[in-house]
Ligand binder design. Structure first.
Ligand code: SF4
Ligand SMILES: [Zn+2]
Length: 395
């Protein structure tokens, strides 16, 4: 692939151009949202380094991502869901949390499978894992003020684990200690999208480099228990050793950003997963197939016949080939089987999706040997013949 010169970016044909298009596309959205209601909340199950947990996932409605206000990532429609005006008060954010707790109390137990971990097996059981996303960065104090972060940590201090989403620039050991000092194992979910800087910059329009992701992993690890150095010397701060819980990073990768052909996207994911798994502190990789969200550049391309979400076979291929990587690797295809989501032929999508979910919990690649469909030959053809210039070869 040829490399653009630094001048190309300076002449406004790099990020500036992407941002300009994204601002224009987003401006077509004129909906507004209630600041006292979370964007979404649901119960599910998740694989963690400590086993499978019942999880409560919360999408808090905040002022939204700063980067999205500048234009933002080519596939991201989340900002379309955040509150007008750029900020939500502490009281409103805590009201959103109250609504999420009510949802949990009313629905827990209904879809839990035997063996998944909760905080208690009695009638008051609670999800052992809380995941909070904000359509932006939980650790950005313009979205979630320090006071609110502390109050949320206190609210969930009776849980085992938390995941909070953040861009790497806001990841700071002192902020994470709000959680780890209360004994909650904490993971920071970083939307890295790909380990390849060129793809992250030019296809996703995300501004940071892989080395900033590595620095965020260092911060997260420092917030938790400092492990003793390998030569057997004592950890630097022994008091932390006894009271703080571990912290780590969960990398979120984007399978098939716009402008990448199917085989290039598959190769990029395989490489990215291995690179992330090799970073200390990054114990989980979540590979998210791109879907077509409203008010995004991806949607524009999709309407003009220039984008097809990834095949589910591609997800299977990546998961099977990286099953030996030193990290938990999961994928949760959203909108599977639909035209706007990752899909195969329409006949086998549910079956293949089930195999992927099964892999998420068991990490056993043999689950993929049990699914087959005639459309796999079409996918193989796409993998052999699709290029950046003729995509999508098959819709
Ligand atoms: S993907 Fe993340 S960083 Fe990019 S615009 Fe969306 S919320 Fe912001
Ligand atoms: Zn099929």
């Amino acid at each position: 692939m040829s490399q653009p010169s630094p001048d190309t970016y300076e002449q406004g044909r790099g990020m500036d151009a992407h941002n300009e298009v994204m601002r224009e596309v987003r401006a077509r959205n004129d909906k507004s949202y209630d600041p006292t209601e979370p964007t979404r909340v649901w119960l599910d199950e998740d694989n963690t380094p400590d086993g499978v947990y019942q999880s409560l996932t919360i999408i808090l409605n905040t002022g939204g991502c700063r980067w999205a206000r500048a234009g933002g990532c080519t596939m991201c429609g989340y900002v379309a869901e955040s509150v007008d005006g750029g900020s939500v008060s502490h009281d409103h954010l805590m009201t959103q949390i109250e609504h999420c707790l009510e949802h949990e109390a009313e629905n827990i137990g209904e879809q839990r499978s035997p063996g998944s971990r909760t905080e208690s097996d009695d009638a008051d059981e609670k999800a052992g894992l809380i995941k909070i996303y904000t359509s932006g960065s939980f650790l950005d104090e313009r979205e979630i003020p320090a006071e609110t972060r502390d109050a949320i940590a206190e609210t969930f201090s009776d849980r085992d684990r938390m995941v909070v989403e953040s861009l790497p620039d806001f990841v700071d050991r002192e902020k994470i200690r709000d959680f780890t000092d209360r004994g909650i194992k904490t993971d920071v979910a970083v939307g890295l999208e790909t380990a390849t800087d060129r793809v992250r910059h030019d296809a996703v329009n995300k501004y940071f480099d892989f080395e900033e992701f590595e620095a965020a992993c260092v911060e997260a690890r420092a917030a938790g228990t400092e492990r003793a150095p390998p030569d057997g010397r004592a950890a630097t701060d022994e008091s932390r050793e006894t009271r703080a819980a571990d912290a780590g990073v969960k990398a979120y990768l984007l399978m098939k950003p716009p402008f990448l052909a199917e085989p290039d996207a598959v190769e990029d994911m395989k490489r990215s997963i291995r690179r992330c798994a090799g970073v200390d502190g990054c114990h989980t990789v979540s590979m998210n197939p791109c879907n077509v969200q409203r008010y995004t550049m991806v949607e524009e391309l999709y309407h003009d016949g220039g984008y097809r979400p990834p095949w589910l076979w591609s997800i299977c291929e990546v998961l099977a080939s990286t099953a030996d990587a030193d990290a938990i690797v999961v994928s949760d295809p959203v909108g599977h089987g639909s035209d706007r989501g990752p899909h195969n032929c329409g006949e086998c999508d549910d079956l293949v999706q089930r195999a992927i979910k099964d892999f998420d919990l068991r990490q056993d690649p043999s689950v993929f040997e049990e699914v087959s469909c005639a459309c796999k030959d079409t996918w193989k053809y796409v993998m052999a013949e699709e290029t950046t210039y003729n995509q999508p070869l098959v819709r």
